[in-house]
Design a protein around this ligand. Structure first.
Ligand code: NOJ
Length: 528
């Protein structure tokens, strides 16, 4: 585990929408470089940059045409190296987004592989059936009717994303190759070359897209895909021990033994993480929100803890669980949570073990812009990808270009949050995030390492109280004051170091008495 991850706080940048330095309406690398001081001052010391390689952008860059070339709209490979150097000067590590499972249908490998008589080198780079007449009973998605080659090809996500061939765990037809077939090994080695290419230029690692998707018809343990990642891990441990590997797998108990340093706690289909902030339904009456962090949403913290704690306990010394505020695929938390609700939620997110990820704009509570036409394959995700709101001025300071030319419209509502306004307000969400992250970096006990103990969490009840080393933390997202007695007087007392709203923790021989006012968060240093 690279040492720097112990104190890493990530900032996710969707490069299209972060900062447009050349006025063409779309964000760029120069824009990111110009905002590095802002990111450092916010308290983030690592970046995850969404795909930035040459691409037709049918899925926002998750359809790579050339893994070795920065997309011209963002800059050049020299700009990438400048970004690495400038970030490193400020103590910031930079992760690129690696898409190992599929390429663009315009990638030269694919163009070769779709020929009637593909050259040997690329004949097995993608998964082609041996006849055009095909139907999958096993749920494989495929495209037919697009090539000279007499077969159909398997895709991973959109039609434009043919799946690279890492083999089938248990081939059941002649066109299904085993992972140890030379063609599949060649795919894996080509991926390793790409990894080395960017690490040699100064990149610090990768967030790995759909990391669990490599070997097809894998078993439940994903043993075929895991073997590939372990092979890559061995190479990284030997040659790049400081490089970080972050999985988009959403199953930390599988991703971490496979060789990732961390995996996201994310579920698009409900579950523990989801129940914290996105347990809502949109209906004719508006938004019905039962999330834990919604004021009086009636949520249940045990839904989260029941999933999280067993994973946390098994993985403790092996890797981290990454908690995100959101990402380019999720609705922004600002869709349904108010600034105060967000503040309490961030109190939790930024003081948990593991690695926090802050999605650009979530530090000011940017909203989700509903009903935008789909942009670059975004569909409903488009509303979470709008330009960063820097100032109160033109285009919210995102771009000096023509408003009509912007990648996506900016939030022009009169009360749209901006960095400019929040910097001036000591009680703003932005300043709350800064204060929380300052504390996290200053106190070893509040960083990534596993030292979590739950002191009070009851089904359907408030508050939540937990301990991390020398600190006791409490939170109450509800609208009424709650008082509870903590087991053991030793938990009581201590110095209140940080608070949102009113809260107190008194010592007593029969147990600490914790009183949490409406929508509050408190952090106490335990008596020495
Ligand atoms: C997951 C990415 O986060 C998403 O944005 C993308 O569309 C799919 N993988 C396909 O690469």
């Amino acid at each position: 585990m690279p040492k720097w991850l112990e104190d890493a706080v990530f900032y996710e940048i969707y490069p299209q929408s972060f900062y447009d330095a050349n006025g063409d309406g779309i964000g760029d690398f120069e824009g990111i470089i110009q905002k590095l001081d802002y990111i450092r001052d916010l308290g983030c010391n690592a970046l995850w940059i969404n795909p930035c390689f040459d691409s037709p952008f049918k899925d926002a860059g998750y359809d790579v045409r050339d893994y070795r070339k920065i997309a011209p709209r963002y800059g050049t490979n020299d700009d990438a190296q400048r970004l690495f150097a400038e970030a490193h000067k400020r103590g910031i590590h930079v992760l690129f987004d690696l898409v190992p499972g599929h390429t663009s249908e315009e990638h030269p490998w694919f163009l070769e592989s779709k020929k009637a008589a593909p050259p040997q080198e690329f004949a097995n780079r993608y998964i082609w059936t041996d006849s055009w007449f095909f139907w999958s009973n096993e749920g494989l998605k495929f495209v037919a009717g697009e090539a000279e080659r007499n077969g159909v090809y398997i895709i991973n996500f959109f039609k434009c994303q043919p799946a690279l061939n890492y083999g089938f765990l248990k081939p059941s037809a002649s066109w299904q190759l085993p992972p140890e077939h030379p063609g599949c090994i060649a795919t894996r080695e080509a991926l390793k070359d790409i990894i080395r290419f960017w690490l040699d230029l100064g990149c610090d690692g990768f967030r790995v897209d759909m990391a669990d998707s490599l070997v097809k018809l894998d078993d439940e343990q994903k043993s075929g895909t895991s073997a590939i990642w372990r092979n890559i891990r061995t190479m990284l441990d030997a040659d790049y021990p400081e490089a970080a590997l972050v999985a988009e797998w959403s199953n930390p108990p599988l991703a971490i033994p496979a060789g990732f340093h961390m995996d996201f706690l994310l579920d698009h289909t409900g579950g523990g993480y989801h129940s914290l902030f996105r347990e809502y339904q949109v209906n004719a009456q508006g938004v019905e929100d039962k999330s834990f962090f919604k004021k009086d949403g009636g949520g249940d913290i045990c839904k989260f803890l029941d999933q999280y704690l067993p994973w946390y306990k098994t993985l403790k010394d092996r890797g981290y669980i990454a908690m995100i505020t959101g990402n380019h695929d999720t609705p922004r938390l600002g869709f349904s949570l108010s600034q105060r609700e967000l503040a309490v939620a961030y109190g939790f997110l930024f003081t948990m073990p593991g690695t926090p990820f802050l999605y650009y704009g979530d530090e000011i509570g940017m909203r989700y812009l509903a009903f935008l036409p789909s942009k670059e394959g975004g569909y409903t995700r488009t509303g979470s990808r709008t330009p960063m709101q820097w100032t109160n001025g033109k285009n919210r300071g995102f771009s000096s270009g023509d408003t009509k030319q912007l990648y996506l419209p900016v939030d022009t509502s009169a009360d749209a949050p901006t960095v400019e306004a929040q910097e001036k307000d000591p009680a703003s969400l932005l300043n709350t995030v800064k204060a929380l992250l300052r504390l996290r970096h200053a106190e070893e006990d509040l960083r990534s390492r596993p030292n979590l103990e739950i002191l009070y969490a009851e089904k359907g009840k408030l508050p939540l109280v937990y301990r991390r080393g020398a600190f006791v933390l409490g939170l109450n997202p509800g609208g009424s004051t709650v008082t509870i007695r903590l087991p053991g007087g030793a938990e009581g007392g201590g110095k209140l170091v940080f608070a949102i709203g009113d809260c107190s923790l008194e010592g007593s021989t029969t147990g600490g008495l914790c009183t949490m006012g409406p929508q509050s968060f408190g952090l106490w240093r335990r008596p020495a």
